[in-house]
Design a protein around this ligand. Structure first.
Ligand SMILES: *Cc1c(COP(=O)(O)O)cnc(C)c1O
Length: 475
């Protein structure tokens, strides 16, 4: 199994290389050269497997022998042992044809844990074999940072530095990051905005001597291994609902298009997925694309589902690559137009192909709140978070147009207690933190406040990172 870049001008890589590379050198994203496939009999044989065993079966073809199956099985078991539900990603039935898949039983209460808990372990494993060390730097407006920190804490080969804008994250979000006291975890509260944090991270990557000296790396949403790990729960849900002998559809709340692209990958691997319903909040660039074939950015609007307040969905390029029949140079031109003019359009034939599988719906703030309230009323008091509500409302909008005999699974991407204010305002009920985080407000915090200054941040990284790329101590 080799991986190729969507822009067609970067070297092909093996799994361990693609894991560490992130973005391709030509600016593209890595995808498998061909999708591995499972026959209906092979999918049938996955019935009843515990999640970790299913995960090994589904992901093994992507490893290309670069991690042995026995070692991989150990990492997978360890990654999912920390989830507080035996099924890892359990289904909850709402009515005759609608289910919710709960993806929030990991350490930070959001679906990003499903991929990142494995990714942190894979990084450590692959780096240890190479006797290398990386310094991960990232910026967060709240959610991604805690999932990355939990994934990397106590990993030998990794130091992680996460910048958040001082005083501008919620208290739950801040404490989920700053109460991790591991030696290799470094929280920076920046005196600036989220954009300032992102700019500094970019500047650190653009400083080549600093990047090489620290062996900088990232665990952002374009990392191939995150997509790979997310494919697994689509198999888990579809098989539980009757696949390969019954079709299943999914509704996915979407920001960077990573999660729903994983569903597309599962379909390419032979899972009988009928429809993929993309839910967007008021930042509806993807819903507009699936309606018109034109991708056109607008200003980002803050909403109560902040993890989807995005106008450029980085993983969408992976789908576009297929719509362009995997023609890297053609896609490169298209992305160039998007970068310079803020828009591009696909042909009617390309749009038609996308719409065979995908449809999109915009869910505004009012409908998001109404969906939280209605779900609580109709589903026996079930509380859902605003991101989940966006996906479920999109499912409801699609349902009159699709076969009611095909189960529709809406993805619950965050625990309601991560967004207590929005949930309380919509439903009148304040969701309590689950037991694993019940004492979050009593825990000790550790965080370093730094000015919005590249030199100061770089000096801090240098003084705390344990080793350089060469394996020597840097301080
Ligand atoms: C990151 C995130 C999303 C968006 O997922 P993408 O893979 O970027 O589409 C949706 N909901 C929650 C709670 C998230 O944390």
């Amino acid at each position: 199994m080799r991986y190729i870049s969507t822009r067609g001008a970067a070297p092909t890589l093996a799994f361990d290389e693609v894991l560490l590379a992130g973005l391709a050198r030509d600016g593209g994203l890595y995808v498998p050269e061909t999708w591995p496939t499972f026959t209906p009999d092979e999918i049938r044989a996955m019935r009843g497997l515990p999640y970790a065993e299913l995960a090994v079966r589904v992901m093994a073809p992507f490893l290309g022998g670069r991690v042995t199956e026995a070692e991989f099985a150990g990492l997978v078991r360890d990654a999912y042992a920390g989830f507080d539900h035996a099924a890892v990603t359990p289904l909850v039935q709402l009515d005759q044809s609608t289910w919710v898949m709960e993806l929030f039983h990991g350490p930070t209460l959001a679906f990003k844990d499903v991929a990142l808990q494995l990714l942190g372990r894979l990084f450590d494993h692959v780096l240890a074999k190479k006797a290398e060390h990386v310094t991960i730097v990232g910026a967060t407006s709240g959610d991604t940072g805690s999932a990355a920190i939990e994934a990397c804490r106590d990993r030998e080969a990794v130091d992680i530095f996460i910048l958040h804008p001082k005083g501008r994250t919620s208290e739950v979000q801040r404490r989920q990051m700053t109460t991790v006291l591991s030696d290799n975890v470094h929280n920076i509260a920046l005196e600036g905005s989220f954009d300032d944090c992102q700019d500094l991270v970019k500047a650190m990557f653009n400083d080549t001597s600093f990047r090489d000296e620290q062996n900088l790396s990232a665990v952002n949403s374009i990392n191939w291994a995150r997509i790979m790990a997310q494919i697994v729960y689509y198999f888990a849900a579809a098989i539980e609902l009757g696949a390969p002998d019954r079709q299943v559809s999914f509704a996915v709340p979407t920001g960077n298009f990573g999660n729903v692209y994983a569903a597309y990958g599962a379909r390419a691997m032979g899972l009988p997925i009928q429809r993929l319903v993309v839910g967007t909040n008021s930042n509806d660039i993807l819903a507009r694309f699936f309606a018109t074939g034109t991708m056109q950015t607008q200003a980002v609007m803050p909403t109560i589902s902040p993890s989807m307040d995005i106008q450029i969905s980085s993983n969408f390029e992976r789908l576009l690559f297929d719509l362009y029949d995997r023609d890297g140079p053609a896609l490169n031109q298209c992305m160039g137009r998007f970068r310079s003019g803020g828009s591009f359009a696909v042909t009617p034939a390309q749009l038609e192909r996308a719409r065979l599988v995908f449809n999109g719906h915009k869910v505004d703030e009012e409908l998001t709140r109404a969906t939280m309230a209605e779900t609580r009323r109709l589903a026996g008091g079930l509380l859902i978070d605003p991101h989940t509500a966006v996906g479920l409302a999109a499912a409801r909008a699609e349902q009159p147009h699709i076969d009611p005999a095909v189960p529709l699974v809406a993805l619950a991407c965050a625990h309601p207690a991560k967004f207590p204010d929005a949930v309380e305002r919509a439903t009148g009920v304040r969701p309590p933190l689950p037991p694993r985080l019940a004492d979050l407000y009593e825990r000790e915090e550790r965080v370093t406040v730094l000015p919005n200054d590249l030199r100061a941040v770089q000096a801090f990284v240098r003084s705390r990172a344990r080793r350089t790329a060469a394996g020597q101590r840097s301080a």
